[in-house]
Write a protein that binds this ligand. Structure first.
Ligand code: SAM
Length: 218
């Protein structure tokens, strides 16, 4: 394996500072902060760019995609209110960093990425780091009916609307977190399935994601 996985006092110190910064920005969920404090984000970067890994910024990961900003990852993770053992569908694996955070929160994760090159990278890197998820390559905008229902669904790319197919794959009491808007900016939307037929929708802050591309998307 070509990756050098070194996590020493310098990276751990940088991670602590990042956690502090997220706390100051309003992230309150201690489990989420602990997960951010644990996952070595620099492993998702080429060694040349390690100095960027603990800045609160998104960063290119190739194929026109980005590893999400830590604040965004923390914000979405906090909204999910994950309990140990929850079955979570993640749409847009990207680098796999968010996947690791979900796993640290105790979720059983099904993650899908439409770009084969990114999928191939994560199926190598995450198990090597000791993170075990169910990885899929394909269009996640339709969800994953064969593995539904899910306790939680997180979409990590910007959608033009909330796909009905995703709502159908939520358990009653389940939560969907999805950025919805145009190609420039999106509002973070949380949908809670209150009963078989009722859904509560909450519209929150503005973010900028890469587009969700697929059958139920752009
Ligand atoms: N949270 C990820 C991370 O920390 O690395 C970043 C995800 S990136 C902002 C969004 C990802 O969603 C991209 O890798 C993109 O290829 C993927 N994507 C876009 N449309 C998709 C779809 N329909 N199904 C699955 N993945 C999709």
């Amino acid at each position: 394996m070509a990756y050098k996985f070194i996590d020493n006092y310098r990276e751990r110190g940088a991670r602590k500072k990042l956690v502090q910064k997220l706390r100051e920005r309003g992230i309150e969920d201690e489990n989420v902060l602990a997960a951010i404090g644990k996952v070595p984000r620099h492993y998702f970067f080429d060694e040349t760019f390690w100095v960027q890994a603990y800045k609160d910024i998104a960063f290119p990961i190739g194929d026109g995609q980005t590893i999400s900003q830590p604040y965004t990852v923390a914000y979405q993770s906090q909204l999910l209110h994950i309990k140990k053992g929850d079955k979570v569908l993640e749409i847009g694996t990207g680098s796999g960093y968010q996947t690791c955070i979900l796993l640290e929160l105790g979720a059983k994760v099904y993650t899908i990425e439409r770009q084969e090159s990114l999928y191939k990278r994560t199926i190598q890197v995450l198990p090597y780091m000791g993170y075990d998820a169910e990885f899929f390559c394909g269009d996640g905008s339709k969800g994953m009916p064969e593995n539904a229902p899910f306790d939680r669904i997180i979409v990590t790319a910007g959608a033009p609307f909330v796909p009905d197919l995703l709502l159908k794959q939520l358990k009653v009491g389940g939560i969907l977190v999805i950025p919805v808007g145009d190609e420039k900016e999106q509002k973070m939307v949380t949908v809670i399935r209150v009963s078989e037929t009722e859904f509560d929708k909450i519209v929150l802050d503005t973010f900028r994601f890469v587009p969700l591309v697929g059958d139920q998307a752009w």
